[in-house]
Write a protein that binds this ligand. Structure first.
Ligand SMILES: NC(=O)C1=CN([C@@H]2O[C@H](COP(=O)(O)OP(=O)(O)OC[C@H]3O[C@@H](n4cnc5c(N)ncnc54)[C@H](O)[C@@H]3O)[C@@H](O)[C@H]2O)C=CC1
Ligand SMILES: O=P(O)(O)OC[C@H]1O[C@](O)(CO)[C@@H](O)[C@@H]1O
Length: 390
């Protein structure tokens, strides 16, 4: 057993968000951060080096130096999870990976139980609703009823909303661990699901008992606008999000879509109208940040996931529709997803094959739920043909 009094955090996924946001906050808050990753190169670099920099990519550049971290590959993380000094476990690996990570996490938590280890909280920081609950379900499938009972008493699985744009830019730094981020950040965690106090408190972690509001506001605004700028940007041959947003045609649709979803969000969550309008404007400014050089292909990645019924595009569209609001701009953005023809993105390949085999009308119905002959279906298909002709 590792005997070290300093509180430790285990973070799965030492990528952009791992190093550039969650791991950085944990380290700054007094935790020794143990990154666990399947990429041996990153693991080796994290163990070789004492520091890395989080560079703020804004007009007023700044940087934070991150220290006090180490890394393990997934085989060695089981012992870490049993360490009583570990108080928090976080992930930022991408939603499809959670199922793969679950057996290891289950073994680690079993080892913790056997070692008489105390409570801790698990928080999956992924861009999809309720991913910590999803992770918990996967973990349960690898445990006995007695283990699950112990888990229910000692291990909190708290959903969260995580918002910071961390692009995959290559910085000209000597240290490959350095990462560029925007200044803005927001991490809201469902405090009702915690099983123990988060101690020491994590700077920048907002504990809330209204997580649904945070998640929908972020997913249906930031991620919605981002996705639309990326898909339209791709169609109109822009390379980065800021470039796409400087195209008046695109920025008009993005702004329009955020207001369509925004009206519904304000009604549902009883947000102040003015606050929400300011939130939208702030997001549009974030997209326009030229220093992020955020690749449209990164933001558009995995289009099938992004067409999920509760995700960033159809989520606000259905919400707006439910309040009887128009969805012309959202439909325009949704149409562009069906034109994302990216050979190295498996989901894009699948979607393109469907369009080829079944035609756009049926594919739109299958992936949006909008029935052929209906108003929404027509809007998406018309916009598709309009965009295709450009
Ligand atoms: N980059 C961003 O601006 C934001 C990303 N997110 C979310 O954070 C998550 C991660 O995104 P990024 O950091 O951009 O991706 P990334 O690709 O930069 O990092 C993911 C990391 O997970 C590692 N990984 C893969 N399988 C693993 C496993 N089984 N065990 C441990 N590590 C594993 C990869 O090697 C990689 O280092 C996604 O769900 C994304 O939607 C959320 C907010 C912002
Ligand atoms: O990470 P995802 O879900 O593929 O989508 C990319 C989106 O996530 C972010 O990386 C962070 O919220 C945004 O930059 C973008 O909206």
């Amino acid at each position: 057993m590792i005997m070290n009094q300093k509180p430790r955090a285990v973070h799965f996924g030492a990528g952009n968000i791992g190093r550039g946001f969650i791991g950085a906050l944990l380290a700054e808050s007094g935790y020794h951060v143990v990154f666990s990753d399947v990429n041996n190169k990153v693991v080796d670099e994290l163990n070789k080096r004492d520091t890395y920099e989080v560079r703020i990519l804004e007009a007023d550049e700044g940087s934070e130096e991150i220290t006090d971290f180490s890394a393990v590959d997934s085989h060695n993380v089981i012992a870490e999870l049993a360490d009583p000094n570990v108080r928090i476990v976080t992930t930022a690996v991408g939603p499809p990976i959670l199922e793969k990570l679950a057996p290891t996490l289950a073994k680690g938590l079993q080892a913790r139980r056997s070692a008489g280890g105390g409570p801790l909280n698990v928080i999956a920081c992924e861009n999809m609703v309720n991913q910590t609950q999803t992770l918990a379900k996967h973990v349960h499938t690898h445990l006995s009823p007695a283990d699950i009972e112990w888990l229910n008493q000692h291990i909190g699985f708290a959903n969260c909303s995580v918002d910071r744009i961390v692009p995959s830019v290559q910085l000209d730094d000597e240290n490959p661990l350095d990462v560029g981020v925007e200044e803005f950040s927001e991490w809201a965690v469902d405090q009702t699901a915690l099983k123990s106090e988060i101690h020491p408190p994590v700077n920048g972690m907002k504990l809330t008992d209204n997580l649904d509001g945070y998640i929908e506001r972020k997913l249906f605004t930031l991620n919605c606008g981002h996705a639309i700028s990326a898909y339209l940007g791709y169609v109109r041959q822009h390379h980065t999000i800021d470039e796409a947003m400087s195209d008046p045609e695109i920025s008009r649709v993005v702004r329009g879509a955020l207001h369509e979803g925004g009206v519904a969000l304000v009604r549902k969550h009883k947000f102040e109208e003015q606050d929400h309008a300011a939130y939208i404007e702030r997001i549009l400014l974030r997209f326009a940040n030229p220093k992020l050089k955020d690749d449209v292909k990164r933001v558009a990645r995995q289009p099938l996931r992004k067409l999920g019924r509760e995700d960033r595009l159809l989520g606000p569209a259905y919400l707006a529709q439910g309040y009887g609001m128009p969805i012309d701009n959202l439909a325009h953005g949704i149409a562009a997803v069906f034109l994302f023809d990216m050979p190295d993105d498996e989901e894009a390949v699948q979607l393109q094959e469907k369009v080829k085999t079944h035609g756009i009308d049926k594919t739109v119905t299958e992936h949006t739920g909008f029935e052929e002959g209906g108003d929404e279906h027509r809007k998406v298909v018309d916009a598709y043909h309009g965009l295709k002709g450009k």
